[in-house]
Design a protein around this ligand. Structure first.
Ligand code: NAI
Length: 349
């Protein structure tokens, strides 16, 4: 069932067209012409996520030009990764003066720049530092590669994606189909924990995770997992573990940061899917955090089809269990607040 279909630009769209969309299967539909698109820039490429993610991208052999940008150390990272015998040129760029060159002509920009959490911190505690980092990056992207797809990893994603959108809007280059918050690690955790719990093959488990990327705003739809048979206890425990899986890593790393290797894997996977979509591969559907009419939150993660112009379709989240509906009802106000915090930051800085 298709509830709302509209044409671009979404930026000019009025308030969300659907306030509560249980059972919606499709609310955004675009089309385009396939073409080869293969320059990917990683911003924050020398960091804990940036380095292994760049390595995985190089090893994929799918990227013609991998551009690595950071404020430190990128020449070394690029020289090192560049020696891997897989297809694609790797270039390193360091410091503000080289940022424009690193971004120029990018088809996809993946952004894991900023500080990570330490034990006891929430993602929102990172806001003060990361908001200005992300705003600065967005300003340069608006000038150097306004037509690229922007994949935001920097936390708090629930606020940094709205920040990025506001900056692009102010420059008149915002395309909501091309701005995505990366929530792939939540899906990876959901698949891993569900497979363990159910004794299923992790390669065959599909779990949609909707909402946002922080604590309880991460909402796995366990009632929709095909072939699973959960007790009520399982549902509660698994939901909590998926929502707070990041804390397990932060605690185990004991002050040395948050998830980097699993995030690198998830980020490289998602970037590859976005590239595949740009290059005309059909039928790619992934959960991602986008401007969305599904709820009263301006940005919301749900399954999306990735096409030749970025997100070509935002899918609804189907029939929710009462437990999941309560989660959505309780967490949408928090998502609204976190988005507004990002929007206000751009207005006031
Ligand atoms: P890190 O501190 O190891 O690396 C961050 C890198 O960003 C550093 O190399 C730093 O030099 C660079 N950087 C800082 N300001 C920059 C700027 N203006 N331009 C370019 N590069 C800049 O941190 P890590 O562990 O790699 O995490 C990065 C971000 O990803 C954090 O905000 C973290 O919370 C977030 N994260 C997001 C996840 C998600 O699921 N979306 C999962 C895990 C982490």
């Amino acid at each position: 069932m298709s509830v709302v279909t509209h044409t671009r630009p979404l930026a000019k769209m009025a308030a969300p067209m659907v306030s509560r969309a249980v059972g919606v299967s499709s609310v955004r539909a675009f089309s385009g012409t396939p073409r080869a698109q293969n320059k990917v820039t990683v911003v924050g490429a020398a960091g804990g996520i940036g380095q292994p993610m760049s390595l995985l991208m190089k090893l994929s052999g799918k990227i013609d030009h991998l551009s690595l940008f950071d404020i430190v150390n990128t020449p070394g990272v690029a020289a090192d990764i560049g020696h891997c015998n897989s297809k694609g040129k790797v270039m390193g760029y360091k410091g503000a003066e080289e940022m424009a060159a690193s971004l120029d002509g990018s088809d996809v920009v993946v952004i894991p720049a900023g500080v990570p959490r330490k034990p006891g911190m929430t993602r929102d505690d990172l806001f003060n530092t990361n908001a200005s980092i992300v705003k600065g990056i967005a300003e340069q992207c608006a000038k150097s590669c306004p037509k690229a797809c922007f994949l935001i990893i920097s936390n708090p994603v629930n606020s940094t994606v709205p920040i990025f959108a506001e900056v692009l809007k102010a420059s008149g280059v915002y395309d909501p189909a091309k701005l995505m918050g990366v929530t792939t690690l939540d899906v990876a955790r959901a698949k891993t924990f569900v497979a363990e719990n159910q004794g299923m093959d992790v390669d065959k488990v599909e779990v949609d995770v909707i909402g946002g990327h922080a604590g309880t705003t991460i909402m796995p739809l366990l009632s929709q997992v095909k072939g699973a048979n959960f007790t009520e206890e399982d549902i509660k425990a698994l939901t909590h573990r998926i929502q707070f899986g990041g804390d397990e890593v932060v605690k185990a790393k004991d002050g040395a940061g948050s998830a980097t290797l699993s995030m690198a894997h998830a980020g490289a996977y998602f970037a590859e899917k976005v590239l595949d979509g740009l290059n005309g591969v059909k039928g790619i559907k992934e959960c991602t955090f986008v401007e969305s009419p599904l709820t009263s939150a301006p940005f919301f993660a749900s399954p999306c089809t990735l096409g030749t112009e970025g997100v070509s379709e935002i899918h609804g989240y189907g029939q929710l269990s009462p437990f999941e509906q309560t989660l959505v009802d309780e967490n949408v106000p928090a998502l609204v607040k976190m988005a507004q915090k990002g929007i206000d930051f751009v207005k006031n800085n």
